[in-house]
Design a protein around this ligand. Sequence first.
Ligand code: URA
Length: 233
Amino acid sequence: MHNAPNIRSDRMIHPEHQRRAYLQAMGIDVWVPRDEEEPGAGAAISAAGLGWDELEVSVSACQQCELGASRTQTVFGVGDKAADWMIIGEAPGAEEDRRGEPFVGRAGKLLDEMLRAIGQSRDSVFIANILKCRPPNNRDPKPSEVASCNAWLERQIALVQPKIILAVGKIAAQNLLGSDATVASMRGSAHDLNGIPLVVTYHPAYLLRSPSQKRKSWADLCLATRLAAEHHA
Ligand code: URA
């Protein structure tokens, strides 16, 4: 099944905004015109061409949306930057916001077990989220926040060049595939994100609440394993 991805590749970076973000992240005060002070007021970002170090610095300084004001820190992503597998979740929760690492709470422990079952670990895959900042009270990401954050994830995917993307949960799957379908209807088949096979599965937090669905998530992991082995990009 081929769906139009929601991650757009036509976003333009404003060089001035990138320069400011970089300098701010390096601890250098930057003069910002008053009419551009509001988060999100700047030009749409693009991370095209950034290397890992510049990307991480730019993400850490990002103020493109209101979450920049409430986060403890950004949660960039973790793992092997040349991994075959990329796991994409929704957004950092409270524990992730505190520790700066994705999937470190209870759901994260279950994700670790799921990865172990297929011979992977959090060191052998790359784990990232749709949003790099925690939405307050764990509310769903707003479309404007997802749009502001798109460029960072898009660049991460381009740099990792994974053989398989595993979208965990509704928010990740819907935003990556540009769909409002349910996880139940998106899982169980192969999708495509700009030439990269993508499999949808249940979010580990949901599996903690509904353990009877774990059997289906195992089938999803087996499908993803097969697609990764077949993918020669
Ligand atoms: N849930 C997610 O989707 N991502 C995290 O990093 C933690 C919990």
